[in-house]
Design a protein. Structure first.
Length: 390
């Protein structure tokens, strides 16, 4: 039996419970997965400055982002197909996030549509959108997000085309259309009876909930990658994002920025925030990790918009590292997807509780009693505090 002592333990539980085509989709990256590994490895190398004999009797890990008070400086990142990890999974995850006092972001390509998540929660959540060829469909999704009182729009800009993810082909999620692919996935589901009963039987409909009105009956798993390939707009430029800004009057967050020059373009566009991200190592392999890219971007635009980050974050200690590198908030991706697969809403709630506990220990041992105090002063490079290096 796997004892969940840290968020990393949820990964093994998810691997055991999910059919391979779903687990490999969550777990994998693009090409040889160099960037995927860098995200984790580079973040682990970030050294923190331990301080002693500080009054740490009261610790406050809360913060405020985009006018929303949050119990922790984290949000649950948008993940496609997450609703297949547990029965109506996005609703379960959104409820766990709401109870923990942190934002949940629903993906365009979620299993549960916007209105279902809205019915299952009481507080506004974030919505993630891609640039899609059919602007009328985009306008309709934005209208649905407004009707659901979504409090922020996370617009993904690093996916004009899907990355080459070899694991998806090997597992049968991609490149296996028609009855052969369905039979392969069905066979995997039968070997995971708990998932098959909970999600396969009782978790229907198995659709891309937000896309179903466009695809009709052809909106199952076999259509997921094909729809992305055929409908994402590779011609999009910064000028096209003016249209998004005009259609959405709430906070606009651009997700997928890795370059300081692009960050300045985002600020000039009028974005309210950006997410320093390489899509979890799932797009262009060989790019810098987010831990390496973050400081320069924060220095370039941190005074003009809110800088968030994701990639490689597995623990509350990693959250503190990202904040020290210049982020004001952190998006958790795989951490909540593993937890959802392992234990549904309770699993996500447990994951967030572990992140908070780990954050509190890291804050105490660095002498930071609140989130605002976590900055470059708590970093050490080559054994010397960064603040002393000029």
């Amino acid at each position: 039996m796997t004892i969940v002592a840290s968020t990393l333990d949820f990964r093994e539980l998810a691997r055991r419970r999910l059919p391979p085509f779903l687990f490999e989709y969550i777990d994998g990256g693009s090409y040889s997965e160099t960037t995927l590994r860098r995200n984790v490895a580079d973040l682990e190398t970030i050294a923190l400055r331990q301080r002693v004999l500080r009054d740490i009797g009261t610790l406050d890990p809360s913060t405020e982002l985009f006018g929303q008070r949050m119990a922790l400086p984290v949000a649950l990142a948008p993940i496609g197909l997450a609703g297949m990890n547990a029965r109506r999974g996005e609703v379960q995850a959104a409820r766990a996030a709401e109870k923990a006092g942190v934002p949940f972001c629903l993906s365009t390509v979620s299993a549960c549509p916007i209105d279902e998540v809205a019915r299952g929660t009481t507080r506004p959540f974030w919505f993630q959108l891609y640039m899609i060829r059919d602007r009328g469909f985009m306008r309709d999704l934005l209208a649905q997000a407004r009707a659901a009182r979504c409090s922020a729009l996370v617009f993904t800009v690093d996916m004009p085309v899907p990355g080459s993810r070899y694991r998806d082909y090997r597992s049968g999620l991609a490149g296996a259309s028609g009855w052969r692919g369905a039979a392969r996935r069905f066979g995997q589901a039968l070997r995971h009876p708990r998932w098959a009963w909970d999600v396969g039987v009782h978790g229907r409909p198995h659709q891309l909930g937000n896309v179903a009105p466009v695809l009709g009956n052809s909106s199952g798993l076999e259509d997921f990658l094909g729809w992305m390939r055929d409908n994402f707009d590779p011609t999009v430029t910064w000028r096209d994002l003016d249209w998004v800004r005009q259609e959405w009057d709430g906070p606009l967050i651009l997700k997928g920025v890795l370059d300081a020059e692009d960050a300045r373009e985002a600020a000039a566009l009028g974005a309210d925030g950006l997410v320093v991200s390489n899509h979890g190592g799932r797009q262009l392999d060989g790019t810098p990790s987010t831990a390496r890219a973050l400081p320069a971007i924060a220095a370039a635009v941190g005074d003009r918009l809110t800088v968030l980050a994701d990639g490689g974050v597995r623990t509350g200690l990693d959250v503190v590292r990202m904040l020290a590198l210049g982020a004001r908030g952190v998006l958790l991706g795989r951490a909540w997807a593993y937890a959802l697969a392992a234990g549904g809403e309770a699993g996500v709630a447990r994951m967030l509780a572990l992140v908070e506990a780990e954050m509190r220990v890291a804050m105490a041992l660095t002498g930071c009693t609140n989130v605002a105090a976590i900055g470059p002063d708590v970093l050490v490079r080559d054994g010397v505090p960064v603040s002393a290096q000029g």
